[in-house]
Design a protein around this ligand. Structure first.
Ligand SMILES: [Zn+2]
Length: 663
């Protein structure tokens, strides 16, 4: 295996987005971050490639399509359009967009499977475990909480057993540990590195990589009853998109420098499973997997039922793509969780954008127009620079190096802070040199030096700001009398005073008009009000009760007759140690007494339960929860309202005797 990374290239990927959702702030954040990094590296002159795309297979897509009476691919096509539209609105500069339903991807996924089977890294076995249908994942016993619910989506798990192909993940445990010990920056930030290392050290088990229950997926080569596990299918996109394994394909230059950007919830797939699969294929694991944090909205968890999901299209409409991009990348140390607040964004627009950079440009150009008729003084004036001019120049040159190192650590907030130190220094330099006085009283070249110094700072800023705010960079450059197209700049070649030809500036409209807070607040309140009204009028009514509407196939009466359901009287309800959601319920079945374990503690007090006559499935095989044996399962109706899950026990009326069967 070739362990050398190629540091002259930069290939970055977003996760491929699952198409069961409309694009929201989380998708926008990841993609904007990758966009800023790619633009930085292109400007640096690095061989850069930026990939995004969509994950289109899986049960959820199949079900969502069925619900809408569509074919899965029709649903995918529709959602993909929304993503592409958003990337356009946000100024995303991806070089490619991969869809896992594309032939170029399917072909490579099958190639992976075949090759791994041939090397015995994939083998056939029997899988039994607790499965979460919505998440399409088996939940290992060690990760299952006392409540027996999926740790990710908190829905009930189903016991499943199936023939399955397995990937020998266990075989790569030591190799992964060695790799990450040697390269602590391969997983960032540090907290994720530690999390992954602990997980690997706790022992890796072979991974089931096929399903027989899923139809909407890629068939396993040579055994078409099986479908490739959607996660394996999805991960392969990163290399199928660059033409692997064709000789001479883009992957040959891209793969040695690949970086994956992911949300922190999917770090294990990218930092454990994927590198192991790559090692088994004889390919380099990714140079870096970076997991960013999550956004809350106005201090609250984002959710459809709360109606507080941030719509990136709306943010672009109101504030413009660049303000939105700037806020997301500047507000939160990259890697941490953040809180999205529109007022917070408005404040940043007013202070950082309108006040700091907008003013610096405006004041400088105004003076060049007023005192020099719009003609930029030549750079020869720098020969007579004084200490204050040289200090600002020194800071500018340091800014370039500082930002480069921060960007290589993916610290985008840090890079922006560094740039803003320079912008602040530029404004201070105007206050201190007082060019308006020089214009009247100073017969020598002082004014020329000051104006040219300020222009150089802005020329640099227009370049350094480009990865974060591409439209703003172009507008600044046109006002500064520079070519708008940033591709003329390669910042390793950037030099103070390098423009020797005459330049005439032309002050345009203000970069960022100040947002009037009282006016903005009135508009904001009106938007929130109409959103709340739409929510309570529409299907997403917050106070309405909803429930699972998934239908099941018809069964024979004999199937039903296998169930032994009886009336049982609850005699006792004890808490189970260290299991905050479980009760051990003592039941009187008339002819016998028994115990069951039930996850209903958050819904009922013992007083509400004792004495109730409930319905119990008696012939369910015993199971042990937290060391307590459970002999049966109670029946209850389940739904959700605005507050979360709600439950109602199935009970019988009146004096009915415990033990009576239910037909
Ligand atoms: Zn789940």
């Amino acid at each position: 295996m070739n362990g050398n990374d190629d540091n002259s290239g930069f290939y970055i990927t977003t996760p491929i987005y699952y198409v069961n959702d409309v694009p929201h702030i989380g998708h926008a954040y990841t993609t904007i971050a990758c966009d800023a990094l790619s633009r930085w590296h292109r400007m640096r002159g690095d061989g850069t490639r930026f990939l995004t795309g969509t994950d289109e297979h899986g049960q959820k897509i199949q079900q969502a399509a069925e619900k809408r009476g569509m074919k899965p691919i029709e649903l995918c096509d529709e959602v993909v359009m929304n993503f592409k539209k958003l990337w356009k609105a946000l100024g995303i500069s991806n070089d490619d967009f991969i869809r896992t339903t594309e032939e170029r991807h399917i072909k490579v996924t099958r190639y992976f499977f075949e090759k791994l089977m041939a090397s015995d890294d994939i083998y056939k076995g029997l899988y039994e475990g607790w499965y979460c249908v919505p998440c399409e994942t088996y939940v290992p016993d060690a990760q299952m909480g006392e409540d027996m619910l999926c740790p990710d989506c908190k829905r009930p798990l189903a016991r499943m057993s199936e023939e399955s192909y397995f990937f020998r993940l266990s075989k790569y445990q030591e190799a992964l540990i060695r790799r990450y010990e040697a390269r602590p920056d391969a997983i960032m930030p540090r907290v994720r590195y530690n999390e992954v290392m602990n997980f690997i050290r706790s022992g890796l088990q072979d991974l089931s990589v096929s399903r027989t229950t899923l139809k909407w997926g890629i068939p396993v080569p040579g055994d078409e009853r099986h479908t490739v596990y959607v996660w394996l299918d999805a991960l392969i996109n990163y290399i199928s998109a660059v033409g692997y394994p064709e000789p001479g394909g883009k992957w040959e230059s891209c793969w040695p420098c690949v970086r994956h950007m992911v949300g922190k919830d999917i770090i294990r797939f990218h930092a454990v499973i994927w590198p192991a699969v790559l090692m088994a294929m004889g390919l380099n694991p990714p140079v870096r997997v970076f997991a960013h944090g999550w956004w809350t909205v106005e201090g609250d968890k984002m959710s459809k039922s709360k109606g507080n999901v941030v719509d990136p299209f709306e943010m672009v409409d109101i504030y413009g793509a660049d303000s939105f991009r700037y806020f997301l990348l500047r507000e939160v140390p990259f890697g941490n969780d953040g809180d999205f607040s529109e007022l917070g964004m408005v404040n940043r627009v007013n202070s950082d954008l309108a006040n700091d950079i907008g003013n610096l440009l405006n004041r400088t150009l105004q003076m060049i127009e007023k005192y020099r008729g719009g003609c930029l003084p030549p750079s020869a004036v720098f020969e007579r620079s004084c200490d204050a001019d040289a200090a600002l120049r020194g800071l500018a040159e340091k800014t370039l190096a500082g930002m480069d190192s921060q960007m290589s650590d993916f610290s985008m907030d840090g890079a922006l802070k560094t740039l803003w130190v320079l912008i602040g220094a530029g404004n201070k330099y105007i206050d201190e040199t007082q060019p308006w006085k020089l214009g009247r009283d100073d017969p020598d070249d002082r004014l020329d030096i000051v104006l040219r110094t300020l222009w150089e700072v802005l020329r640099l800023a227009s370049m350094l700001i480009f990865p974060f705010m591409p439209e703003t960079a172009a507008r600044m450059r046109s006002q500064l009398g520079l070519e708008e197209d940033i591709s003329v700049e390669r910042y390793p070649d950037w030099k103070w005073g390098a423009h020797l030809e005459p330049v005439s500036v032309k002050k345009g409209g203000v970069l960022f008009p100040r947002i009037d807070i009282p006016k903005w607040k009135a508009d904001y309140d009106a938007r929130m009000k109409s959103r709340a009204e739409a929510l309570s009028a529409g299907s997403g009514n917050v106070s309405a009760v909803s429930f699972d509407t998934e239908r099941k196939p018809a069964i024979e009466i004999d199937d039903f007759k296998k169930l032994e359901i009886r009336v049982a009287r609850i005699e006792s309800a004890e808490k189970i140690e260290k299991a905050s959601k479980l009760y051990k319920l003592g039941l009187d079945l008339g002819f016998e007494r028994r115990f069951i374990v039930s996850g209903i503690r958050e819904f009922f007090t013992p007083e509400q339960l004792i004495g109730k006559k409930i319905l119990v499935l008696c012939n369910l095989k015993p199971a042990v929860f937290r060391g307590v044996e459970s002999n049966g399962m109670l029946l209850a109706a389940e739904a959700r309202d605005g507050s979360g899950e709600i439950l109602s026990l199935a009970v019988v009326d009146g004096d009915f005797p415990p033990g009576a069967p239910v037909h």
